[in-house]
Design a protein around this ligand. Structure first.
Ligand code: GCO
Length: 448
């Protein structure tokens, strides 16, 4: 048995995202997003599920705030649905959309929960996608206009802001692999989108500074992963580094060093895609941020796979357990990734903006015995503590997710919540992991 002792000042949180929990897709003037379109395109989402109702948090936010209150977290990370604010992406503002987020944020503050607001968690207004989406530079301007409005409207109440969630997913997963909305499979498009997202982020940060939000902090939340070379062969090491590079360095290096990694620029070029950088872009991207959010779920041992195209790093099954979504459980990777990022990109404070696990346990006698999730959290928070002991400046840990919710292309088949949702009755049942997390937030220690 080991005792994990956590710093007293480590902040805890839980996270959600608008399209995954809100529902009320056609209410109060909300416009359509690319996820409405995508989820209604046959074959894109398991079971043909969509976010029309989801957890109905739009109507049940008070109950959800009470669940967070009882859980005892310092923070709640949520996202704003851009098409609720600008139904057409730009132009006319929908007051009812603003009203909803005021009610939510007021309820959080009244209950001593600090709001952390993500501006873009994947629900691009369809009207902007119709004009090329993130591949069109006009979307950068539309995003900045939306961000400015949000800063002005909520800057007095919301102090922590995240511009963009998981830019790798928004670009490569959604525009090259095609697994997420808008579902394209074009490498050039993906590379363009990745660059425009970073420019949009930098411009929004600049606007944030210009508006001078008192005590405000702003950052971005990139993906992460870890790949441990299967062997000492150079080609295995290179393939693992490249994979880490695609996911981490392609975004971190511009943000912190003002350039793209040369070997990846070359790699994409060999596959026919170039980065189109306009004058001033790299300077904008490097606009200093107050923290960086990092999302971590999984990693693995991996090796080079010959003739496999763009992504040539193949996971090797070492018999590690997997969560119910099939992702290998690799807490060691969490530690390694954090020390890698810290060594390479310096001392910018870090929030773990997402970490959590998919287990599909159901309710029995009003309880959900999700021991798998508890074990996942135990081992990952232990790895986090090890990273903090090694000097990684982590300020907070935010668990994904408060509620079971619409898991993108997996629809409602995969559950990540600390609270179970019955999708028929929308009843909320806190799981065992909820009570476990509640205890460690109070105690700041636990037994492994
Ligand atoms: C993410 C997404 C979440 C997912 C979670 C589990 O940022 O990847 O933010 O929305 O639900 O990661 O896949």
């Amino acid at each position: 048995m080991a005792i994990i002792q956590l710093p007293q000042d480590l902040k805890f949180g839980v996270a959600t995202a608008a399209y995954q929990i809100e529902g009320a897709a056609n209410e109060d003037g909300r416009g359509q997003s690319i996820w409405d379109t995508f989820s209604k395109t046959p074959g894109k989402v398991d079971n043909g599920d969509n976010g029309d109702i989801a957890c109905d948090s739009y109507h049940r936010y008070e109950e959800d705030v009470q669940l967070i209150k009882e859980l005892g977290t310092d923070m709640y990370r949520f996202s704003v649905s851009w098409p609720r604010i600008f139904p057409n992406g730009t132009g006319e503002v929908n007051q009812k959309g603003l009203d909803y987020y005021h009610k939510l944020v007021d309820a959080l503050i009244q209950n001593d929960i600090e709001p952390m607001c993500t501006l873009y968690h994947w629900d691009l207004p369809q009207a902007l996608q119709d004009k090329g989406g993130w591949a069109n530079r006009d979307t950068i301007e539309a995003f900045v206009q939306y961000a400015e409005l949000m800063f002005q409207e909520f800057g007095g109440k919301i102090k922590k802001w995240i511009t963009i969630n998981e830019p790798w997913c928004v670009s490569f997963l959604s525009n090259y692999i095609g697994e997420h909305a808008p579902g394209h499979t074009d490498l050039q498009l993906a590379v363009d989108v990745s660059h425009h997202l970073l420019v949009a982020h930098g411009k929004a940060v600049k606007a944030f500074r210009r508006l001078g939000i008192e005590n405000g902090e702003i950052g971005i939340a990139p993906n992460s992963t870890w790949k441990e070379p299967f062997s000492t062969e150079q080609e295995d090491k290179d393939a693992c580094q490249r994979e880490i590079g695609f996911i981490i360095d392609w975004f971190f290096e511009p943000l912190f060093k003002g350039q793209y990694p040369d070997y990846l620029v070359e790699w994409y070029k060999q596959k026919g895609a170039t980065v189109h950088i306009a004058e001033g872009d790299m300077k904008l991207i490097q606009e200093p941020i107050d923290f960086v959010g990092i999302n971590y779920y999984d990693g693995s041992v991996a090796r080079y796979k010959k003739n496999s195209g763009l992504f040539d790093c193949e996971m090797i099954d070492m018999g590690y357990n997997r969560t119910d979504i099939g992702w290998p459980i690799y807490p060691e990777g969490f530690y390694k990734m954090l020390t890698y990022v810290h060594n390479k990109y310096g001392d910018t404070p870090i929030y773990i903006t997402e970490n959590g696990a998919c287990y599909n346990d159901d309710v029995h006698n009003n309880e959900v015995n999700d021991i798998g999730r508890i074990n996942y959290l135990k081992t990952h928070i232990a790895a986090l503590q090890r990273a903090m002991d090694s000097g990684v400046p982590v300020k907070g840990y935010i668990c994904w997710s408060l509620l079971d919710n619409f898991e993108w292309a997996k629809g409602y088949t995969m559950r990540f919540g600390l609270v179970h949702i019955n999708y028929r009755t929308l009843e909320r049942t806190p799981k065992d992991s909820y009570y476990w997390y509640q205890k460690i937030i109070q105690n700041k220690w636990y037994e492994l």
